[in-house]
Ligand binder design. Structure first.
Ligand SMILES: Cc1ncc(COP(=O)(O)O)c(C=O)c1O
Length: 400
């Protein structure tokens, strides 16, 4: 353990404090009671957030909503997919993603994911025929091969939706994740780079898709006039589309907006923290942190690694117990009961498909949160605990 390491295990659940600037705006909103995004004639915090977020990411349109799941659902509805349309999704994602597909009256088709947490391109290519859309979760911020995915989807004429819930700040060939597919969806739930408790946003350059999503998010009657541009499209779609009322409220935007200028620092910090712990874990012969793909610049706020040579579930559980004894909680995705990221628990889809590669990965892939506010001694504490827990189960040899 590092000489100046903390005595107590680091708290990996708390987020950074919300910037002080949020307080004045929240007070103003509380004093006026102006919480609904469409009450003020102009300049509502949600509208300002949309403009700022679109500019930050380099997209033409942004629509702030109640969650990333709502953004995914509205996107699928705005794509106007026929009932029962097949939507490819990675088999390693959060249960809310297949749920959004089901909610949109579509059928998720699960694609195998490799030991590096990214979409298996052979299985993707095999399952593409017959699909109507592709929804790629950059799960835990790991970017799948977007060049190959876009090439195959473009050739098949299929729209690609990016679920960038965990990928705000990630780049692919220097380009912002969420701007590569037709639509990018982000989350402001507390365990993400920007924390509003709950919230989501979608971005797109497609005017018709944006207009349809705005109407369906709940811009009823003539509230769409408070969104810039697209006035003819809104007028056309008004009353022709259902209102799902998934709007964001002003208090959420007031919490999010002062965090946008913090994003670049958090991304740098998150990457530093991750790479620092990854370097230490990769010293152990029993732990492996998969490398990013070459075009990818990651923005992690957690670390995933695989247990190497842990032949049995009992050994993997022993590793969890040893890590816990050392003050660090490790989730092995496939080992905890009812884990929402294990596809066999998505019983609402019917019988679980046979996905041996993803299943094998989930049974040995570990997940530890690394919030950006952790200090270096805290990171060392976590890395030391994990390396020593693996050694306690498997022996003390080190990697050459
Ligand atoms: C990969 C992924 N996609 C989508 C979501 C849904 O985000 P939200 O909680 O904002 O609906 C999550 C939630 O953590 C997620 O992990």
């Amino acid at each position: 353990m590092a000489a100046d390491g903390p005595i107590t295990p680091p708290n990996v659940y708390d987020a950074e404090p919300i910037p002080e600037a949020a307080r004045a705006e929240i007070d103003r909103l509380l004093a006026s009671g102006d919480l609904f995004r469409y009450t003020a004639p102009e300049g509502a915090p949600v509208a300002l957030l949309e403009a700022e977020f679109a500019e930050l990411l380099g997209a033409r349109y942004a629509l702030a909503v109640s969650s990333c799941s709502a953004a995914l659902f509205l996107t699928l509805k705005a794509l106007d997919l026929p009932r029962g349309a097949k939507v490819l999704i990675p088999a390693f994602t959060f249960a809310a993603v297949p749920s959004a597909v089901v909610h949109a009256d579509c059928e998720p088709v699960l694609v195998e994911v490799g030991a590096n947490y990214r979409v298996d391109m052979a299985d993707f290519a095999a399952k593409l025929p017959g699909a109507a859309a592709v929804l790629i979760s950059h799960m835990r911020g790991h970017t799948s091969d977007m060049d190959a995915i876009m090439a195959l989807a473009d050739a098949a004429g299929l729209p690609v939706v990016e679920d960038a819930a965990h990928s705000l700040g990630t780049k692919w060939h220097g380009r912002n994740i969420g701007t590569i597919g037709k639509v990018g969806c982000f989350s402001f739930q507390s365990y993400k780079m920007i924390n509003a408790g709950e919230g989501g946003i979608l971005i797109t350059d497609d005017p018709e898709l944006a207009a349809r999503a705005v109407i369906m998010s709940g811009a009823y009657e003539h509230n769409w006039k408070k969104h810039p541009g697209l006035q003819n499209s809104y007028m056309y779609w008004q009353n022709r589309l259902p209102l799902y009322n998934m709007r964001m409220q002003n208090l959420s935007a007031a919490v999010i907006r002062p965090q946008l200028p913090e994003l670049a620092r958090r991304v740098d910090q998150g990457r530093f923290n991750h790479d620092h712990v990854a370097a230490a874990l990769n010293q152990s012969p029993w732990l492996d942190v998969p490398a990013p793909l070459a075009p990818e610049e990651r923005a992690p706020d957690s670390i995933q690694f695989n247990l190497v040579g842990f032949e049995t579930d009992a050994e993997a559980r022993a590793f969890q117990a040893e890590a816990k004894l050392r003050g660090v909680s490790v989730q092995v995705f496939g080992l905890s009961e009812d884990n929402a990221r294990a596809f066999w628990n998505w019983q609402f889809l019917g019988e679980a498909p046979d996905l041996p590669q993803t299943r094998a990965m989930l049974m040995r892939a570990c997940d530890v949160r690394l919030p950006t506010r952790l200090t270096q001694p805290e990171l060392d504490f976590i890395a030391d605990a994990l390396v020593s827990a693996a050694a306690a189960v498997k022996g003390h040899s080190t990697r050459n």
